[in-house]
Design a protein around this ligand. Structure first.
Ligand code: BES
Ligand code: MN
Ligand code: ZN
Length: 488
């Protein structure tokens, strides 16, 4: 979709398609900007008892005689509680409506000046609200209708709109990858997708299962062993011109399907485990955006790809693995596979001595139980990094909540009688256990943060900027974090 701005004209607005007027509760309309017909329609819509400019409500009328075919009022709720996230989610709702009704051109007027950051939010909402994953539907409900092609923001900031579109497109790219089911997406196809990013100016290297084993990554190798499709390690690098750039590494969990392995999941819990690769898909999207934005930072992505399946070649409970950094791990539960593939990827990423390592993973059901479906878990020993990531999350409307990773009692429970560590323990504190486990595989130098996105990676229902399915939560937050580093 094209997202542009248009200067606000002196007199009444005219155009075609839908005119969208965003309005705060208990406030009047910009009547001077409307033709007499439009003004009286708008007044009637505003006073509909069910509308009242409540947040996310859209009130609609046909609008003959003004050029625009329709007039929509989009409620923003109270001015007092307004922020970028309100604008983002209301814009997403507007786009969802436009898609359902076949409106191809939208002209939007805000009740305040759309500065840079509001323009970013409006563009993000518009782009993400228009997203759906319907490539496998042979009969699309909207087939007969035109799809939204242009979103115009009166007085919008061009740079802000363009950044918003870039951020949202990155998230949509990750969603498209994560939404692919296990019969169409596996470690091989995803590593092919990664290789295609070389055309975007990135360096990409793929290790096959032989190389993975040679390099001592028995964690990644073993998790992938039970599948007919072997594991892959993908290493991507964005290296800008010039030396002396800050080095940031992203590490992603890429389990293309998590059946649980021999500790097989019950059916209800296996559903939506195609999205267990979201961390890896997010990392691909972040690297792609780093190249697109030509960030003055050295950004590295390491993704560990495997399919966790039961079979005669599967790794087993009681197995003892020797990990890349030399530590040994006894397997308690083959369903605690994410920490094993991440452990090797984290050790590998640490070898490049980055300033910061951020890993992203749909790691534990326990994190989803603790924080629900709207807030991701953030674990880090570094207070500055915690604050910066949480701030970037706030700007993106993606909430992160810091949880402890350093509980020594949990660490004691991780010691195995026969190996250095055991991969799973009590259900209590399961997200902390997993984070503490990962820490054993991060080198000494880098500041490290772990994002547990298990509760937020997949939506059963539409809401805010999310459509049904993979959310790619975390993509925009991480790109904003990179932008904040680049700005200094
Ligand atoms: N991929 C799952 C975690 C998950 C659960 C993601 C729900 C998204 C939604 C992970 O590999 C897993 O199975 N974790 C186990 C660990 C346990 C066996 C220690 C869990 O959380 O139950
Ligand atoms: Mn699992
Ligand atoms: Zn998993």
């Amino acid at each position: 979709m094209k997202i542009t701005s248009m200067p606000l004209p002196e007199g009444p607005l005219s155009g075609d398609g839908a005119l969208i007027i965003y309005v705060f509760s208990e406030e009047s309309l910009p009547s001077a900007k409307l033709s007499p017909e439009a003004a009286s329609s708008a007044e009637r819509l505003l006073n509909e008892p069910s509308f009242k400019a409540k947040k996310g409500k859209i009130s609609k009328a046909l609008l003959p005689g003004t050029g625009f075919s329709r007039l929509w009022l989009a409620g923003l709720g109270d001015r007092k509680s307004f922020d970028g996230e309100v604008l983002r989610s209301v814009s997403a709702a507007v786009l969802r409506s436009a898609k359902a009704e076949g409106v191809s051109r939208l002209s939007a007027l805000l009740p305040l000046n759309p500065d840079f950051s509001l323009s970013v939010a409006a563009a993000e909402g518009a782009e993400l609200g228009g997203y759906s994953f319907d490539k496998y539907k042979t009969k699309k409900e909207e087939d007969a209708l035109p799809s939204p092609e242009e979103f115009i923001l009166y007085g919008g900031d061009e740079k802000g709109l363009s950044l918003g579109k870039t951020l949202a497109s990155a998230q949509a790219y990750a969603r498209d990858l994560a939404n692919e089911p296990g019969n169409r997406s596996n470690p091989l196809t995803l590593s092919e997708t990664a290789l295609q990013l070389t055309t975007a100016g990135l360096q990409v290297e793929v290790w096959d299962e032989k190389k993975i084993l040679e390099e001592g990554m028995e964690g990644l190798y073993s998790v992938g062993k039970g599948s007919a499709t072997p594991p892959r390690l993908v290493h991507i690098l964005w290296k800008p011109e010039g030396e002396e750039n800050k080095k940031i590494a992203f590490v992603g969990k890429g389990i293309t399907f998590d059946s649980g392995g021999l500790n097989i999941k019950p059916g209800d819990f296996m559903r939506s485990m195609k999205a267990d690769k979201t961390g890896a898909c997010n990392v691909l999207a972040i690297l792609r955006a780093a190249a697109e934005l030509k960030l003055p930072l050295e950004v590295r992505g390491v993704i560990a790809l495997a399919e966790n399946m039961p079979g005669s070649r599967s790794f087993r409970p009681d197995d003892i693995l020797r990990m890349k950094n030399g530590k040994t791990v006894e397997i308690d539960n083959t369903d605690a596979e994410g920490r094993l593939v991440l452990a090797d990827a984290l050790s590998f990423a640490s070898e490049f001595s980055p300033d910061v390592i951020i890993d992203m993973a749909t790691l534990t059901g326990a994190c989803a139980v603790a924080l629900g479906n709207n807030i991701a878990g953030l674990f880090t020993p570094d207070d500055t990094l915690a604050e910066k990531l949480a701030d970037s999350g706030k700007e993106s409307g993606e909430r992160l909540w810091r949880l402890p990773h350093d509980d020594e009692r949990i660490f004691e429970s991780m010691k195995s009688p026969v190996a250095d560590l055991v991969n799973a323990g009590s259900r209590y504190g399961g997200a902390i256990f997993a984070a503490r486990f990962l820490k054993e595989f991060v080198g000494e130098g880098p500041a490290w943060a772990h994002l547990d996105i298990a509760g937020v990676d997949f939506n059963k229902e539409e809401r805010s900027v999310y459509s049904k399915g993979a959310s790619a939560f975390g993509v925009r937050t991480c790109i904003r974090y990179l932008l904040s580093l680049a700005a200094r």
